[in-house]
Design a protein around this ligand. Structure first.
Ligand SMILES: [Zn+2]
Length: 204
C-alpha cells in the first residue's frame, strides 16, 4: 500500500486566509497607529469612513462553477464615481451607484432561464443563483433568496414616498434592487433585482 498519511482530523477550514487575516489586520492596525494612519494604501480608514462602512467585509466567495469556496474577510471595494463611470455601462452606473431602477423588460436577465449565478457588476461578489430564480411577471430578475446572506445588505429605504427594503452588495455597496414580502415559498420573499447591476455566470 502506498497510501499517504491520513489527513489531520481537524475540521476543514473553509478559508486559509480567514485565519491569517486577523494577524495581518492586527499588524496593520498596530502599524497604522504607529505611523499615524496616513499613507497606508491597503488599510484605508478615511475612505471607508467616507463611505459609511467598515474597511473590511466578510463574504462567502464562489468559484466560477458556482460553488462556495469559503468565508473570507477582505477590504471593502471603494471607488470614486469617476472610477465607476469608467468601469460600468451608463445604465449599470445609474442603477448600481445611484440607486436607479432599469425599465422593466429591458434588462438582459429578467427572462434568463440558464443555470448559473449572478455576480455584482461592480466587484464580482456572488449575489444570486438561478436555483432560486422564479417567474415574477415583473420584468425584473426575481429570486426568493440571495446566494449567501453574508454577501448582501438590506436597508430600509423611504425614497419615492414608499417604505421599501433596498438590497445592496456587501463588498462594494452597489445598489442591486429591493426585497418584498410577496414572493413564493419557501421564503415568501421576492428579491426584485436589476439586470444592469449584475453579471450572469453560466454554469454546467
Ligand atoms: Zn459589489
Amino acid at each position: 500500500m502506498t497510501n499517504h498519511l491520513p489527513e489531520p482530523s481537524k475540521p476543514s477550514n473553509p478559508s486559509v486566509s480567514s485565519t491569517q487575516r486577523p494577524n495581518r489586520r492586527t499588524f496593520l492596525i498596530t502599524a497604522a497607529s504607529a505611523a499615524g494612519v496616513a499613507g497606508l494604501a491597503v488599510w484605508r480608514p478615511s475612505l471607508a469612513a467616507a463611505a459609511g462602512g467598515p474597511a473590511n467585509v466578510t463574504i462567502i466567495q464562489f468559484s466560477d462553477a458556482g460553488k462556495p469556496t469559503g468565508k473570507v474577510t477582505i477590504p471593502k471595494v471603494v471607488r470614486s464615481d469617476a472610477e465607476w463611470k469608467q468601469k460600468l455601462a451608463p445604465v449599470s452606473f445609474d442603477v448600481a451607484r445611484k440607486e436607479g431602477t432599469e425599465r422593466p423588460y429591458t434588462g438582459s436577465t429578467w427572462n434568463n432561464h440558464d443555470r448559473g449565478f449572478y455576480r455584482c457588476i461592480c466587484c464580482d461578489n456572488a449575489v444570486f443563483s438561478s436555483d432560486t430564480k422564479f417567474e415574477s411577471g415583473t420584468g425584473w430578475p426575481s429570486f426568493w433568496q440571495p446566494i449567501a446572506k453574508e454577501n448582501i445588505v438590506e436597508i430600509r429605504d423611504m425614497s419615492l414616498g414608499m417604505e421599501r427594503t433596498a438590497v445592496s452588495c456587501r463588498e462594494c455597496d452597489a445598489h442591486l434592487g429591493h426585497v418584498f414580502d410577496d414572493g413564493p415559498r419557501p421564503t415568501g420573499l421576492r428579491y426584485c433585482m436589476n439586470s444592469a447591476a449584475m453579471r450572469f455566470v453560466k454554469t454546467a
